[in-house]
Design a protein around this ligand. Structure first.
Ligand code: UDX
Length: 437
């Protein structure tokens, strides 16, 4: 099938590349000319394992194209996917201006029956607004239908998720249009769930809010574990064996970040507020997460008294491993706090995200190697559980540092291992070990 995708962020680009991989003719559209040039050459603008290879393969096979022109991309497209960003406004509501621009452009350019598929995460009711906007602009020139098809991929495993996702949600008020989207996705072999448009929109928010709730829940339990002498890793493992609970998203840590959970939880609170419903549970989830991001600094202050002139090796800048995305990463909050406390920061991330220089306070020294970050540090803060950090040469680290004091926001090491390495180790939801004062 001939498909156009508007927006080449994580969602749009991965969707476009994977749809071309299963045999469709896909044209990805983006306003950014430099980015389009790069993608035409088979280079992904984002770090996502496996994506470059698939891009190159499908460009060569003549199935994947890139353009800045909506008109060119929409030409003969049987389906147009809207995959532009819906970034949060100051008040937490989703900014829909990019989605609305695409709707206007679709109305201006289509001239035969087209299925418009919304991939962007949009508040409940938005697809109907898009439908009205296109109807008004298309003036009977062409027929079209709207389908809500939310995306559930995770950064870092996006390509894998596209082929092995748990479900494909198709929200539609027209069985024919729903069938088109089902056909498009058939080669993925993933179970399809059909529903109405509003429910599909809600499934996306509810899923992200639920996963965020699971994380904040285990983080609250971790605080209790620390106070009561339990071990949150064991507690989570024991809970997770209950199939009704499930073992995933029960990893206690420095809180959730990224482009989805923080944005979508805040947006859902707003959506609820608009219909006079106080979503108290979700408000608490957000509050717990904010508190959690401050935890390492609180622990370090309790340990050292003051952080004035202390040198902190800050390990991991991205919001999780296998991505260069720093949006809403705990590294930002932690750095700001450390700077306020008068500490010096030597930061290192294996991918060295381009966003680091803009998002971190100017006082942060960005290091090229792990060794540079560790040299003469008074303590280590682990923010992201990159494999490089989990298998770090601890004797080497201890030698480079002034004192081997670790504050681990991701529970990278077992307590036994930390003891065997002779380090002072403070983690989340577990007793501190090796503390010498
Ligand atoms: C998430 C959803 O998983 C995905 O379905 C949706 O489409 C987009 O949002 P993503 O943001 O890429 O994906 O990452 P994810 O792996 O879900 O992790 C989100 C955050 O939660 C990370 O900061 C991660 O470190 C944190 N997390 C995750 C935990 O702290 N504990 C866990 O147990 C799991």
């Amino acid at each position: 099938m001939k498909i156009a995708i508007v927006g080449t962020g994580y969602v749009g680009l991965v969707t476009g590349v994977c749809l071309s991989e299963i045999g469709h003719q896909v044209t990805c559209i983006d306003v950014d000319e430099a980015k389009v040039d790069k993608m035409r050459a088979g280079v992904s603008p984002i770090y996502e394992p496996g994506l470059d290879e698939l891009m190159q393969k499908n460009i060569e096979a003549g199935r994947l194209f890139f353009t800045t022109s909506h008109q060119e991309g929409f030409q003969d497209a049987e389906a147009i996917y809207i995959a532009v960003g819906t970034p949060p406004r100051e008040d937490g509501t989703a900014n829909l201006s990019y989605v609305e621009e695409v709707a206007k452009s679709i109305a201006a350019h289509i001239d035969s029956y087209t299925v418009v598929v919304t991939k962007s995460t949009v508040p409940v009711g938005t697809n109907y607004r898009i439908k009205e906007m296109i109807s008004a602009g298309v003036e009977g020139r062409a027929l079209f239908d709207i389908v809500s098809n939310p995306e559930f991929l995770r950064e870092g495993t996006a390509v894998q998720d596209a082929f092995q996702g748990d479900r494909i949600v198709i929200g539609s008020d027209n069985p024919k249009a729903a069938q088109v989207v089902e056909e498009i996705n058939k080669p993925f072999g993933i179970p399809v769930y059909h529903t109405d448009i509003s429910s599909a929109e809600m499934i996306k928010y509810a899923s992200n809010a639920f996963l965020a709730t699971k994380i904040s829940f285990i983080n609250e339990i971790s605080a209790l574990c620390e106070k009561l002498g339990a071990n949150v890793e064991d507690v989570a493992a024991g809970m997770g064996m209950d199939k009704r609970i499930g073992s995933q998203f029960l990893r206690a840590g420095i809180g959730y970040g990224g482009s989805c959970f923080p944005k979508d939880t805040k947006a859902l609170v707003q959506i609820a507020g608009n219909v006079e419903h106080e979503f108290d549970l979700l408000k608490s989830v957000i509050q717990v997460n904010n508190k959690q991001q401050q935890l390492l600094v609180d622990k370090a202050k309790a340990r050292f008294g003051s952080l004035e002139d202390k040198t902190v090796a800050l390990l991991g800048l991205a919001f999780k491993p296998q991505t260069d995305d720093m949006r809403e990463s705990a590294s930002i909050v932690v750095s700001q706090q450390l700077v306020q406390e008068g500490a010096r920061i030597q930061a290192f991330d294996p991918i060295q995200p381009e966003m680091a220089a803009q998002l971190l306070p100017p006082e942060v020294a960005l290091c090229q190697t792990l060794k540079d970050a560790l040299t003469n540090a008074d303590c280590v803060f682990i923010i992201t559980d990159w494999p490089e950090f989990k298998k770090m040469d601890i004797p080497m680290a201890s030698q480079l540092m002034k004192s081997p004091v670790f504050f681990d926001g991701r529970n990278c090491f077992s307590l036994e291992y930390a003891v065997s390495q002779g380090i002072e180790y403070h983690s989340i939801g577990r007793e501190s070990v090796g503390v010498k004062r």
